[in-house]
Write a protein that binds this ligand. Structure first.
Ligand SMILES: [Zn+2]
Length: 281
């Protein structure tokens, strides 16, 4: 009997170790930048298709112009970021002096903490983008979109990217974050950010359940309202509890009544006028 119990315990331990090794192998060897990009691009295509068939606001007409303007910004940003920031980000990861290389925690806990820390940083930075006038100058280009859809998720001024990526690189260095954990965190972040900007609805009952844990489309619609009190709420990207914890959570009864954009910037939708947004009042 005694042998049997020991045998059982050993058997279970071996199974756990094997599962753990598989997880480590998948993350270390198989989850790369290419996989992240495939995941993000396929999410984008799925959401674009759903938006075309079941749009929440308006129809598909005039969408081509809107998408191409936002796409121009995305391509412009991607070229600059790839040349200037990818080397900095790679250098700032897994630093020997960083916290995760000083305090040893389990593999699974380190992934979880990395995701949580990066999500809090993005919440905190987002609040600053709204509260610090100089930062708002850059961030308001993202909010000036009057026809928010999935492409708005990537419509950011290059100045905002420069600030955000510099802060993130510092955080990676301080915590000695591993590149593969950053890629996992970014994938979760990007998939949810695409979903919350898309011109669709999960329907209110499903949205209500979803937003208990994560930032939902109906939460983020409020954040893109042209009413300042509503814009200055719902700053989260992945976990919705930061908004509840810091009392920045707002939900409206009927999201259909929301008007997107920034008052006074309704006409600033072309590539050049978007780039010039920070220099406008
Ligand atoms: Zn915002």
């Amino acid at each position: 009997m005694c042998w049997d119990l020991n045998g059982n315990a050993l058997y279970h331990r071996r199974i756990n170790v094997d599962r753990f090794l598989i997880l480590e192998l998948v993350i270390n060897k198989m989850f790369t930048v290419i996989h992240k990009n495939i995941l993000v691009l396929s999410t984008l295509l799925i959401l674009l298709t759903i938006e075309a068939v079941f749009p929440y606001f308006g129809g598909w007409t005039s969408k081509v112009k809107h998408i191409s303007q936002n796409a121009a910004i995305v391509i412009f940003n991607a070229v600059i970021i790839n040349f200037l920031f990818v080397p900095l980000i790679v250098l700032s990861t897994n630093t020997p002096f960083g916290l995760f290389n000083q305090i040893k925690v389990s593999y699974a806990l380190e992934i979880f903490l990395s995701i949580l820390i990066l999500d809090f940083v993005s919440y905190f930075m987002h609040v600053l983008y709204h509260k610090v006038p100089l930062m708002w100058r850059f961030h308001k280009m993202h909010h000036s979109d009057t026809a928010m859809d999935v492409t708005t998720a990537a419509r950011f001024h290059i100045g905002e990217h420069v600030i955000s990526l510099s802060v993130r690189a510092l955080v990676y260095a301080i915590f000695a974050m591993k590149l593969e954990f950053i890629l996992i965190s970014e994938s979760i972040f990007l998939v949810n950010v695409l979903l919350q900007h898309s011109n669709i609805t999960l329907t209110e009952p499903i949205d209500r359940i979803y937003r208990i844990f994560f930032t939902s489309p109906n939460m983020h619609k409020v954040h893109h309202s042209n009413k300042e009190a509503e814009t200055d709420s719902n700053y989260t990207s992945v976990f919705s509890f930061w908004d509840r914890l810091f009392r920045t959570y707002t939900i409206v009864k009927n999201p259909k009544k929301i008007i997107y954009g920034v008052k006074g910037l309704e006409k600033e939708q072309s590539f050049i006028s978007m780039l010039m947004t920070p220099f406008k009042k």
